[in-house]
Design a protein around this ligand. Structure first.
Ligand SMILES: NC(=O)c1ccc[n+]([C@@H]2O[C@H](COP(=O)([O-])OP(=O)(O)OC[C@H]3O[C@@H](n4cnc5c(N)ncnc54)[C@H](OP(=O)(O)O)[C@@H]3O)[C@@H](O)[C@H]2O)c1
Length: 323
């Protein structure tokens, strides 16, 4: 079967398509034929080495498919079940995959393979960011960076459905309309304007309850500036570079802020947490709280292009890879 592998860290050129023998699932594992694979910014961190992983390695953390084979001690699933996942071991960019059964999630009717593969990692992330890293309430004012992106589409429209006032930043004129469509009440083009000044015009000085910052280095200081006293800074990504130091006195103490740097793994520690979170995501979509639209589809052989596009900020919403 075909699978994308990397032998060294680097640019998109290190992604190689290989023919490999997949082998047999272990006692508590299943073999899945992937129908649709999610493209995520974390795949870039793994490829580039920003998040170091043992090499050689596969790439990809999110896919939906059908179980073809089960190990001798598997009891949660059977052959033919439609499942999705957003977890280690890395290697979703593959025609087939072997995964531990306890990382898998049943996909309900009404959710297509393509949608499932774009809302498992991003949807669960949106769920924990909105409900558990911070418990978003009606009327809260939020700032989300890169509001026309993959997670941006899901999180901003969900936050809007929860009754928050949503301010989104985007990097280009073309993305402004997309962010509005994603549920942002106000959109700021941070390539053209200082977003701190623009946020102040909308909600006043120190007016934001919670910032969701996945852009990182470029936006961190400004994000802190927009927050209210005792506001919440959720730093959850590094599209522009990793924020590895904070100045407690200046950044946190000055306004008594709360700060968290979470990962999806911290909010899906137990199987119960994983299933409960996925259930909330599926329910939100099936009850039409918000809609997910795939922005672009790539074939497995074109993943290098997919990475180039994602890094060049060309994608406007969740994108998938068809094996
Ligand atoms: N911690 C977690 O659990 C978790 C889980 C999922 C995702 N994430 C993080 O969430 C963020 C969004 O993920 P995603 O997969 O949905 O990606 P995405 O938002 O579709 O793409 C990243 C966006 O970041 C913006 N950006 C700003 N500066 C950039 C730069 N120098 N290079 C590239 N992009 C830049 C771009 O939007 P503009 O052009 O509008 O600026 C770009 O479209 C990422 O940081 C990701 O790591 C974290």
């Amino acid at each position: 079967m075909k699978s994308i592998k990397i032998e060294k860290f680097g640019g998109p050129e290190v992604l190689e398509i290989k023919d490999i023998e997949i082998g047999k699932p272990g006692p508590k594992e299943v073999l899945i034929k992937n129908n649709s694979i999610g493209l995520n910014f974390i795949d870039i961190y793994h490829r580039s080495g920003l998040y170091p992983i043992p090499l050689p390695s596969g790439i990809g953390l999110e896919a939906c498919g059908i179980i073809e084979e089960i190990g001798s001690e598997v009891n949660l699933f059977k052959v033919g079940d439609r499942v999705t996942h957003a977890s280690m071991p890395i290697g979703a960019y593959s025609e087939k995959q072997i995964l531990p059964e306890d990382k898998l999630i049943f996909v309900p009717d009404g959710i297509s393979d393509e949608i499932a593969s774009s809302i498992t990692l991003k949807g669960i992330t949106a769920e924990y960011l909105l409900h558990r890293a911070y418990n978003l309430k009606k009327g809260d004012k939020i700032l989300y960076h890169a509001a026309a992106g993959g997670l941006g589409q899901i999180l901003c429209s969900w936050a809007n459905a929860l009754g928050a006032e949503v301010i989104g930043t985007v990097g280009s004129k073309a993305k402004e309309e997309i962010a509005k469509k994603n549920g942002c009440h106000h959109v700021i083009n941070y390539s053209e304007k200082n977003f701190v000044d623009e946020v102040e015009k909308i909600v006043g000085k120190n007016g934001i309850d919670v910032v969701y910052d996945g852009v990182g280095q470029k936006t961190f200081k400004g994000s802190i500036e927009t927050l209210r006293i005792r506001g919440m800074m959720v730093a959850f990504g590094n599209a522009s570079g990793y924020v590895d130091t904070i100045d407690v006195k200046k950044d946190i103490n000055a306004k008594g802020l709360f700060f968290t740097r979470p990962s999806i793994a911290h909010y899906t520690v137990t199987r119960e947490e994983l299933i409960e979170s996925a259930k909330k995501v599926f329910e939100a979509i099936l009850s039409k709280k918000f809609k997910v639209e795939i922005s672009k589809k790539y074939f497995l052989k074109d993943v290098a292009q997919a990475h180039k596009d994602l890094e060049a900020r060309l994608l406007t919403g969740p994108a998938i890879i068809i094996p």
